[in-house]
Design a protein around this ligand. Structure first.
Ligand SMILES: Cc1cc2nc3c(=O)[nH]c(=O)nc-3n(C[C@H](O)[C@H](O)[C@H](O)COP(=O)(O)O)c2cc1C
Length: 192
């Protein structure tokens, strides 16, 4: 299914065509090469002072850790569709800098890495969907993250499929048009 962004001027197709599906092919497995490409895209994101605060933890459908995370940490709505995708890439960042101060910019850096990964996935013909609707403490523990590092979001990765495979409310969301605020609403200065 296509949900191309409506824009005043043409964009890179990977940006215009990317969207966040919830219907995933339960038999499709992301190849090791494609996974490497997505992770490399994340690795090469810019970050404040090039500190690269992100760490990625990849769990694969069928492995015990995947089953445990879905059962113990996934929020209700997400539990209905996330397990169908081939991979979940959990992103984690430290909450404090080396000096012990709040490391707020780490979340911004992680967002840049996440978007790099999703654009690369789109270019590879894969679908991706960012999520934060899970118990971050439980996931951080199950992933064995070091003290002070927390999983803040994840990228669901796989091959999208026919939306009719989804139950009621999820199906409605799947076929709903994508919407955005207008440029006039979000550009506070400098548009004209
Ligand atoms: C940080 C973040 C967290 C999100 N968490 C969830 C989630 O838990 N479950 C979900 O179904 N979608 C989640 N989304 C997806 C958004 O709802 C989606 O990106 C937004 O509606 C725009 O749709 P589009 O990506 O198709 O353009 C999340 C997106 C972001 C960026």
């Amino acid at each position: 299914m296509k949900k191309t962004a409506e824009t005043k001027v043409p964009l890179l197709s990977e940006i215009a065509e990317r969207w966040s599906p919830r219907a995933y092919d339960t038999t499709y497995e992301v190849s090791h090469e494609d996974l490497l490409a997505v992770l490399e895209a994340g690795r090469w994101a810019p970050s404040a002072n090039n500190l690269q605060p992100w760490r990625f933890s990849v769990v694969t459908r069928g492995e015990a850790l995947h089953t445990q995370i879905v059962a113990e940490a996934m929020a209700g709505f997400n539990a209905a569709w996330v397990p169908n995708a081939s991979k979940i890439i959990f992103i984690s960042v430290p909450s404090l800098t080396q000096d012990g101060n709040p490391y707020d910019i780490a979340k911004f850096d992680a967002g840049l890495a996440a978007q790099n990964m999703m654009i690369q996935a789109q270019a590879l013909g894969l679908a991706s969907h960012p999520i934060s609707g899970y118990n971050h403490d439980v996931v951080s523990k199950l992933l064995g993250l070091e003290e002070g590092r927390n999983s803040i979001a994840a990228i669901v990765l796989g091959k999208s499929t026919d939306p009719s495979s989804l139950p009621g409310p999820a199906l409605e969301r799947e076929i709903a048009p994508r919407t955005r605020l207008s440029l006039e609403e979000i550009v506070l200065h400098g548009l004209s």
